[in-house]
Design a protein around this ligand. Structure first.
Ligand SMILES: [Zn+2]
Ligand SMILES: [Zn+2]
Length: 264
């Protein structure tokens, strides 16, 4: 019998868009994902617009409540607002609070995390393959480096009752299936049909969902070809093909995990 999630466990999509053209057009927002699990809240991949969208009236998310800001990688659609979010989390640098975690190349040559904001959070950390980072009651894991042109990690957020996995931008490779097991699986699906070996297309996502068999899968980070193909209909087809409840994220969607994982 799977255990129920605790009240307050949720995913909030500050954006469901990804890739260069979606970012440039803002056909879907690119503010990334907030995850709350066991009372710990993370902002993952604050792309362009993240701060504006989290302050939007319908969401009214409070950056000063964040425990951590996490970058899966340094590309603009994942990191464009990281400095704005670090300032917001730390009240303009007046409160040394929160953790910032990112791959080493986000701090090194051509850094996306500006030098002058690095002293604002309580700590900054570097993501590594096999990394485990305690965050309050949960542990963030970065099982392996993904297949993407810059240093990129998928995430597992392991709580007392639930694990939320995120397969960020990557080409498909079989080790993903074992590494990102979890109750909830979020997948960045940039392309409808296969276009390269460094992003997931819909077919890759369906293959991963069928192999990992989470209780709930959520597709997000849509490029233009996914948006044009009506992602909610594609998600329905994946649900039917895999038998796994699969949703397509919408901008400003607040997904209450207790409800989304309820049987029936
Ligand atoms: Zn991306
Ligand atoms: Zn990328």
């Amino acid at each position: 019998m799977p255990t129920p999630p605790s009240a307050g466990d949720q995913l909030v999509f500050l954006g469901s868009g990804g890739g260069r053209m979606t970012t440039a057009t803002q056909l879907r927002a690119t503010g990334g994902l907030w995850v709350s699990l066991d009372g710990t809240t993370l902002h993952i991949d604050p792309g362009p617009g993240a701060l504006v969208h989290c302050r939007a009236k319908d969401l009214a998310l409070d950056p000063t409540r964040l425990d951590a800001i996490v970058l899966t990688h340094k590309h603009l659609d994942h990191a464009g607002d990281v400095n704005a979010m670090i300032e917001a989390m730390t009240e303009g640098g007046t409160k040394h609070r929160g953790l910032v975690l990112a791959p080493s190349d986000a701090y090194e040559e051509d850094p996306v995390i500006l030098q002058y904001v690095r002293g604002y959070p309580a700590a900054t950390g570097i993501l590594e393959p096999g990394g485990r980072y305690p965050l309050g009651a949960v542990t963030l894991e970065t099982p392996l480096r993904l297949r993407h042109p810059v240093e990129t990690y998928g995430l597992r957020l392991v709580g007392s009752r639930l694990t939320v996995s995120l397969i960020a931008c990557t080409g498909y490779f079989p080790e993903l299936e074992e590494a990102f097991r979890g109750d909830v699986l979020v997948l960045n699906v940039v392309f409808h049909h296969r276009r390269d070996e460094i992003h997931l297309c819909l077919e890759d996502a369906e293959r991963l969902i069928a192999a990992i068999r989470p209780r709930l899968a959520v597709l997000t980070h849509f490029g233009m070809t996914m948006i044009r193909a009506r992602p909610w209909e594609l998600a329905d087809r994946v649900s039917q093909a895999t038998g796994i409840k699969t949703l397509a994220a919408r901008d400003h969607q607040r997904l209450d995990l207790a409800k989304a994982l309820a049987p029936g």
